[in-house]
Write a protein that binds this ligand. Structure first.
Ligand code: NAP
Length: 279
């Protein structure tokens, strides 16, 4: 049975990956800093380590065939930067993998990562992508569209009665459920693909996403279309008056909300069902 180590196993995608790996017959190893956050998901082995502290990663890979990292800052409240986590912690994992039996390193970056490299979060992620590409180890970079877990913001606005969108709301995207993304990733674990773009099955405009959220919330649609120049001004003010912890996620979120984010379509989960579950 092939062994797969998942770093970031306590996160939204990490947990879906552990379930999918088991479903597809792999031996699973979860590398975590807090085993309690695994929520009782079935795993073959739990390793406790701190990805930001390379000395805790010695010997994590004996006999491991594949490693997948979903480690990154999303909602964490640590005082660490994207460079500390999305770049350096993944470098620590890669350096440990290079000294081991690992055959392939799978990393999750963002859709359109190359063209979004001037954003703080993406700069760190794509810095790691470049290091992985030149490491000599086999790799797959997954460039995923937004996760359903990140679309909850729209539902929260709909529940309060009004959704704010930039521009005319006609930018398109196909967000993806963690279970679909996990299935896609494990289906490609043993292929030779080096880079894969992926999104969910439904291509929707932001207006349509807002309407789906209003339907789930049982409210009549009320969408406020905010001119795009306000985004630039808001970001400038946030950058000036706050730290990276606030600015970084806002910069990413507002940027991807003001362009099309269109990826090859995959999966069976639909946003309307996800929103109904979250009500
Ligand atoms: N959300 C999206 O729309 C989207 C789209 C494309 C790509 N991505 C990327 O996909 C990856 C997974 O996303 P997700 O939504 O599953 O994220 P998540 O739920 O926030 O999980 C992130 C994982 O990284 C770990 N982590 C973060 N900071 C750490 C630190 N300082 N030390 C040790 N572990 C740390 C977390 O561990 P703890 O549980 O211990 O905090 C958790 O296991 C991220 O890199 C994200 O940027 C996300």
């Amino acid at each position: 049975m092939k062994k797969v180590l998942v770093a970031g196993a306590t996160g939204y995608l990490g947990k879906h990956l552990l379930k999918e790996l088991k479903k597809q017959g792999y031996y699973t190893i979860a590398l975590v800093r807090n085993p309690g956050k695994l929520d009782g998901i079935e795993v073959d082995k739990i390793l406790v380590g701190e990805v930001t502290k390379p000395e805790t990663l010695n010997g994590i890979y004996p006999d491991v065939d594949y490693t997948i990292s979903t480690v990154g800052i999303t909602r964490q409240k640590d005082s660490l930067t994207y460079m500390d986590v999305d770049y350096q912690a993944n470098m620590n994992l890669l350096e440990a993998a290079l000294k081991s039996t690992v055959k392939k390193f799978v990393y999750v970056s963002v859709l359109n990562g190359r063209s979004l490299k001037d954003l703080k979060m993406v700069e760190a992620k794509e810095g790691f992508v470049e290091a992985l590409q030149s490491s000599g180890l086999n790799y797959t970079i997954i460039r995923s569209n937004g996760f359903f877990s990140d679309m909850k913001e729209v539902l929260e606005m709909a529940k309060k009665g009004k959704v704010y969108l930039f521009g005319d709301g006609e930018f398109k995207g196909n967000p993806i459920h963690g279970a679909d993304l996990a299935e896609f990733m494990i289906d490609h674990l043993e292929t030779d693909d080096t880079e894969l773009d992926v999104g969910g099955p439904d291509m929707m405009t932001q207006n349509e996403i807002a309407e789906v959220a209003f339907r789930a919330a049982g409210k009549s649609p009320k969408i406020s279309h905010v001119p795009i120049w306000i985004k630039n001004l808001t970001l400038m003010l946030i950058r000036f008056f706050s730290g990276q912890k606030t600015y970084g996620p806002m910069e990413f979120f507002m940027t991807v909300m003001t362009r099309d984010m269109v990826a090859p379509q995959f999966g069976k989960y639909h946003l309307n069902e996800y929103y109904q579950d979250k009500i």
